[in-house]
Design a protein around this ligand. Structure first.
Ligand code: GLY
Ligand code: MN
Length: 462
């Protein structure tokens, strides 16, 4: 947890950014897995963590924008709680850890909110993202779902996104800790990527490294020799020479800041020429983006820059043809690079997407495209100093997509299908780094994780 002043200052700023009314910031409750008392790993709501710092179920915060006051709702531990979970701080002690002076029992929250409604006060809530959020809000206000929806406040969403987007020094240090854990996860995976291993043998070790450093993985590990499946959560393949293993995995620190790193390595440790050609191209796109990130530039331009590097390189390899600027503007490269270049990162690995992806990644100036590929870009607006984001270009040979486009003769002026079909056994490559936008450019966060052909081959021989 950061010092109490950090949370107090954040709450004061948020209260001032919202014109009037009551801001309700509920924490997350436990969620059952297969019977009530067998719960999923507990994860606090990230916005609650940002403003209230407390990492327990059964809490809710109120900020009053009219009266400059704040309240923390929650219960003191009962003897039953202490018997099962050990001694717990009192609510007064919890409040003082994060600079809140006034606390009240959780049972008072419903009355407090209904009273505010009766006084016709505006209530601001953030979009619920779990089923039980809706149910508990309906119960708290004693109102139907449609009425709860009217309380979702764009003013509050914009205020929270504005604040959480800019990471301060403490947050950057936490994210770098998470990247350093990812260093261990990825270098270990590289060394284990030998023919005959089953993917899950490596995945289990990778997850264990994260857990042993203080937190779970920041999202379910993507690890496969079928890297052409973008989010492959099956880990059942046996590693084979001639395939490449994509590992897309990050850690969460004890304070819940995330990392998100992808590396792709040849099974057995030596790239063949075809793998080297495609790998070098993805790496060039990743590095070209790093050279060009700067505050004020739309991240969408970085996506298009990566697409341009990829398309031009594929043309050099004989997989694309024609005018590559035109090909990228029409979206032909998306056969090979069908996803977005990156997303923000912080307390969520896709930071703040619970508040709505478009509120985080788009604005009045830059709207989401509906073109295949570009439409999946989660972050497009102009970058600002203090943002942390990912740079994750990739090239994939997705047999079903190749067959579909070839069958339709899609972009036949730009795609050399004769050659592309010979890559249907290739798989996919993605390279992802976590980047801080600085005043004059950017900085790749954390201890450098091998990513050149030479560095990967070297570490895999160790
Ligand atoms: N690293 C997984 C993703 O960004 O979706
Ligand atoms: Mn990512």
């Amino acid at each position: 947890m950061f010092k109490a002043d950090v949370y107090k200052e954040r709450r004061n700023r948020l209260r001032k950014k919202v014109s009037n009314g009551i801001i309700l910031l509920p924490g997350n409750d436990e969620a059952s897995m297969n019977y009530p008392s067998n719960t999923y790993h507990y994860r606090q709501d990230s916005t609650f963590l940002y403003y209230f710092g407390l990492d327990q179920a059964g809490l809710a915060g109120i900020l009053d924008a009219d009266q400059d006051s704040e309240l923390l709702f929650g219960n003191n531990a009962t003897m039953d709680d202490i018997i099962w979970m050990g001694p717990q701080p009192s609510m007064t002690e919890r409040g003082s850890l994060v600079g809140v002076e006034k606390t009240r029992p959780l049972d008072d929250l419903s009355g407090f909110l209904r009273d505010a409604l009766a006084k016709k006060r505006t209530i601001h809530i953030l979009p619920p993202y779990r089923g039980d959020h809706w149910l508990s809000l309906m119960k708290l206000f004693n109102l139907p779902l449609e009425s709860i929806k009217t309380m979702i406040s764009e003013e509050l969403i914009h205020a929270v996104v504005g604040m959480r987007s800019i990471k301060d020094g403490n947050e950057i240090r936490e994210i770098e800790k998470a990247v350093d854990v990812a260093y261990l996860m990825h270098t270990t995976a590289m060394k284990m990527a030998k023919p005959g291993m089953v993917e899950r043998e490596i995945t289990g070790v990778v997850e264990g490294i994260s857990l042993s450093h203080g937190g779970p993985v920041s999202f379910p590990v993507i690890q496969s020799i079928d890297g052409q499946t973008l989010h492959n959560h099956s880990h059942a393949n046996v590693l084979k020479e001639g395939r490449m293993m994509v590992t897309d995995a990050g850690a969460e620190t004890e304070m819940h800041y995330a990392s998100d790193i992808t590396r792709t390595v040849p099974v057995g440790g030596i790239f063949d020429q075809r793998q080297k050609d495609i790998y070098t191209l993805v790496l060039k796109a990743n590095e070209e983006v790093i050279r060009n990130i700067k505050p004020g530039i739309p991240f969408k331009d970085m996506h298009l820059l990566a697409a341009q590097v990829i398309a031009s390189g594929l043309k050099d390899l004989g997989l694309m043809k024609g005018d590559m600027e035109e090909a990228v503007s029409q979206g032909a490269h998306a056969l090979f690079f069908p996803h977005g270049l990156g997303h923000m990162m912080g307390l969520d690995v896709h930071d703040m997407e619970g508040l709505g992806e478009d509120y985080v990644g788009y604005d009045d100036e830059i709207k989401r495209s509906d073109q295949f590929g570009l439409a999946f870009l989660r972050l497009a607006r102009r970058m600002e100093t203090g943002w942390v984001l990912t740079d994750e270009p990739g090239i994939y040979f997705i047999p079903a997509l190749i067959d579909q486009w070839k069958g339709e003769g899609k972009f036949a002026d730009f795609i050399n299908y004769e050659k592309v079909v010979t890559y249907k056994d290739f798989g996919g490559i993605r390279i992802e780094d976590d980047i801080l936008v600085t005043e004059d450019g950017c900085r790749v966060l954390g201890k450098p994780i091998p990513k050149t052909v030479k560095d990967i081959e070297n570490i895999m021989q160790d």
